[in-house]
Design a protein around this ligand. Structure first.
Ligand SMILES: [Fe+2]
Length: 389
């Protein structure tokens, strides 16, 4: 019985593995859905047949559904299915569980404060625009109408001493789709402006329904920061009939696009480069050859997916900001995220990572296509940068 349960858990882990990788790719939505549903259906059928065989194989023989007395398809299924599940579980434990045992923030995080706002109390009527949104908000303990303002002071490499204390408000994954209304996002913008950051960045998944275009002037169009507001798009923005339309509207509102390019800025007399990479959904990657040859500025990279972390490290970026994984949206006590659309599974679900030479910050984001959050509140991070000692 224990082996049976272990094998079923292993097959569950295999399904999550497939889901995470499938949704990390630049494949069409219909193709991903077709593959996802096929895998789910086949898995369900195999599990049911296996359970029925394991429960009472004699009955199957009596009914004439199995005609052989010796080794056959049922024996193969009864052997291969649990074996596959057990192997998957044995692989999943070191891949998923053991990294979670390495708890604790990286040493680069020198200060961290959190302030939770319950917008359910503050915004009346509730900022819910669809029946789907109202249903989601009624789910017990859901956090979709909360906001956690996270102030993180971090040490980053190659930051000139003059830039010590530079602040970046990191917005991500707003998902303007209509479930939450303009009022909600306007409040997010108010809170962002109140942080008085030097830079504001948005790392994709901004808007995927044309009907929300009218919200932009009253929300993201109000974002202003001393050193500029920069953005890249994400995979959900690609669902628009014309993502270029979104770019043009954001640009007209004063936001600066960095996709596929590197901008050079001077802040407090110091050089800083800001690059954007929207792969695998939009290309190309920015040309980094000039970065290598010029006098080294502090290098900031905006991407949507944290899957570009190896690329960022290869190109010697100092700080990479990303979103996409939403912190997993449902986080289990102690073990954290499970479902994250990433080639790395839940490894970069959300938070800070220090794999040299690049520091990575992944925001849990503001919302999501599926409005459900447990133990994973929407996040508005303010990063304060200090030079690495
Ligand atoms: Fe997203």
């Amino acid at each position: 019985m224990l082996l049976l349960v272990a094998s079923l858990v292993g097959h569950g882990a295999l399904l999550v593995w497939c889901y995470n990788r499938l949704h990390a790719l630049d494949w069409s939505r219909s193709r991903v859905k077709l593959i996802e549903r096929t895998i789910l259906l086949v898995s369900l059928l195999l599990a049911l047949v296996h359970l029925a065989l394991a429960a009472d194989r004699e009955l199957w023989l009596d009914l004439g559904l199995l005609a052989h007395p010796t080794w056959g398809l049922d024996d193969i299924l009864l052997t291969i299915y649990p074996l596959t599940g057990l192997v998957a579980l044995l692989v999943a434990i070191p891949q998923w569980l053991l990294p979670k045992l390495n708890v604790g923030p990286p040493a680069i995080l020198v200060a961290h404060t959190q302030r939770r706002l319950d917008l359910r109390q503050e915004l009346q009527p509730l900022p819910l625009g669809t029946s789907r949104g109202r249903f989601a908000a009624a789910i017990p303990f859901t956090e979709i109408l909360q906001l956690q303002i996270e102030r993180k002071t971090i040490r980053v490499p190659h930051l000139p001493a003059e830039l010590a204390g530079l602040t970046i408000a990191h917005l991500s994954d707003l998902h303007l789709i209509g479930d939450l209304t303009e009022t909600f996002f306007s409040r997010i913008v108010d809170e962002t402006l109140a942080l008085d950051a030097d830079l504001i960045v948005i790392t994709g998944d901004i808007l995927e329904q044309e009907r929300c275009f009218d919200w932009l002037p009253g929300t993201l169009g109000r974002l202003r920061a001393r050193e500029g507001v920069y953005y890249v798009l994400g995979n959900h923005d690609k669902r628009l009939a014309d993502p270029g339309d979104l770019r043009r509207r954001l640009d007209a509102l004063g936001l600066t696009p960095v996709a596929g390019q590197t901008l050079h800025r001077t802040i407090r007399g110091c050089s800083i480069s800001i690059s954007g990479n929207e792969l695998p959904w939009f290309g190309p990657a920015p040309d980094c050859s000039k970065l290598a040859s010029s006098e080294r500025p502090f290098r900031l990279l905006l991407t949507h997916t944290p899957d570009l972390y190896p690329w960022a490290r290869e190109h010697q970026f100092d700080l990479m900001l990303a979103g996409h994984n939403h912190g997993g949206q449902i986080r289990f006590p102690y073990f954290g995220a499970l479902v994250t659309p990433s080639l790395f599974g839940s490894r970069y679900a959300g938070g800070l990572y220090d794999e040299k030479p690049t520091v990575l910050h992944v925001s849990r984001g503001i919302s999501g296509q599926h409005p459900l959050r447990w133990n994973c509140p929407p996040e508005l991070p303010l990063l304060t940068l200090l030079p690495r000692e």
